[in-house]
Design a binder for this molecule. Sequence first.
Ligand SMILES: O=C(CO)[C@H](O)[C@H](O)COP(=O)(O)O
Length: 316
Amino acid sequence: MSFSRLPSSRFRPSSIVIVIRSSTIPTHSHTLPLAMALRTSHSLKLNNTTAPRRNTHKIGRTNVRAMAASQDELKKLVGYKAVDDHVKSGMTVGLGTGSTAAFAVERVGQLLKDGTLKDIMCIPTSVRTKEQAEELGIPLCTLNERSELDVAIDGADEVDPSLFLVKGGGGALLREKMVEIMAKKFIVIVDESKLCKALGPGFPLPVEITPFCHEHTMRVVGSLPALKGCKPVLRMGSSATNKPDGDEIAISDNGNYLVDLHFDTPIADTAAAAEQLKNTVGVVDHGLFVGMTYQVVVAGTDGIRVAGTDGEAAWW
Ligand SMILES: O=C(CO)[C@H](O)[C@H](O)COP(=O)(O)O
């Protein structure tokens, strides 16, 4: 096993049809077969592509016909499951940013619309998420109105066995951290490709810095002892991706620059790296989320597993 992110090639793009015919689905099992991800009794048909691998599961009185899922379908399953399991009426809820978190936001919108959820207030972690939530009619406020959240749900770019995270691939790390650190429960939703032995080489670590003398700050960051060997790259084009897609410097929702730190070797001491970054003048915040995770909900082709509080120890 290398230290980099586990290969996403284990996800064979295909299709999934889940048919659940029972109300006897347990909601607190740590390992759920793929098709048990949604606790409601209904049929879910997701996007069809090619060459499905079909498995049939019998779960109590529940008959389930499932085929291997694409990565997007796995993201949807964990997004929906996290909301179904953790969001209750009356709660204040942090809404994450990214392609996985978007499914959780979608689910909150659905459950509000059908009356399952009532009297909730949500705090978005980016302009993108705010716009999605507004379109779905989700009531929103900011940390200015409410500093305490019952739960926050968000994706991640990498998760190590200590449930430390790299976040900010989508450029929203500052607002994400500000919101999620105030939640009683921070639920991380990922597909299995995000699991890694150690943070660093599998996904560049995003850092938000002030535009003022940014080249200087990049040099200082690149020479921090706990980040030895990293190569800082200024994000260009859209702030929402670390793939350069424009000639202008990317600007975060907060008017700052983003630098992606590329590593060839694992970060040896994540807590020290986080502390040194945080103590660097000119750094606004960074994408290491250390000691914040309550649970990680992981979707793989074999099913959904939960690590952390009330779940399993990390298995990867
Ligand atoms: O930190 C983030 C955005 O700033 C996202 O949570 C992270 O990039 C994961 O995104 P996705 O679910 O699209 O893979």
